[in-house]
Design a protein around this ligand. Sequence first.
Ligand code: ADP
Ligand code: ZN
Length: 237
Amino acid sequence: MDKILRERRERKSLNTNLIIFGPPGAGKGTYTSRLATRLKIVSIATGDMFREEIKRGTTLGKKVADFVNQGALVPDEIVVDILEKRIKEPNSKKGFILDGYPRTVQQAQALDKIAKIDAVIQIIVPEWIIIERLSNRRICRNCGAIYNLRFLKPKIEGICDKCGGQLYQREDDKPEVIKERLKVYEKQTQPLIEYYKRKIPVIEVETPQIETPPETIVEKMINELKKTNIIKTIEPQ
Ligand code: ADP
Ligand code: ZN
C-alpha cells in the first residue's frame, strides 16, 4: 500500500524537462512523440509551431514565413517569445521535450531563465544511414504521403498508393545536399552540446543499424534516463 502510494506520488511529480538533438533524417520526430507518450509529458517542436502559424495566416506566421520557407533561422527574439508562451501553458507543467529548440547558445541562455532542463538526449546516427534513408525518400506531389524506395516502396514505381499522384524527390534529399545539411547541423549543435555538458547529463543514444525499430531506441533512452535518476517510475508499456 505504502509503496503504491509512494510510486503514485513520484509519478505525479515526474515533470521531467528534456531537450532532444538529432541530425536530419535521424527519425527524431518519431522518437520524440513516442518518448513523450511513454513519459506522459508533452513534446514541443518549434518548427511545427511556426508551420502552424503560417498555415493559419496569423501575424506571427507572416513574420516568420520567409525565414521558415528558406530554411533560415527565425530571429532569436521571436523564437524565445513563442517558446516562453508555450512553456507557460498549463500542460507544459507535467514536463516537456523540446524538439528544434535551442538552435543557438543565446536561445539556450534564454531557456535557462524560463525553465529548468533536466537532461539532453543526443541521437547519434552514422552518416551513411542518414544518406541511405533520405536519398531514398520520395514524396507524393498531390497528398504529401512519404515513401522510401528501400523500406516503404509504392506498389507502382513513381506513383502514390493512396491517391495515384506522382512521387518526387525533395531537392534537399539529394546526397550532396544531405551532406551539407549534416554539416550545418553539426556546426549548430556542437556548441549547444558543450554548453549543456557542463551543466546537466547529456545522454547519447546511437542507432547503429538502419533497421533498428523505434521502440528499441526509445527504450534505450528511457533506460539511460533512469540511470541518471531523472525519471524514477514509469508504467510499463
Ligand atoms: P527542420 O526542417 O530543419 O527539421 P524544424 O521543423 O525544426 O526544422 O524547423 C523548421 C524551421 O522553423 C527552421 O528551418 C527555422 O526556420 C524555424 N525554426 C524552428 N525552430 C527554430 C529555432 N529554435 N530557432 C530559429 N528558427 C527555428
Ligand atoms: Zn498521394
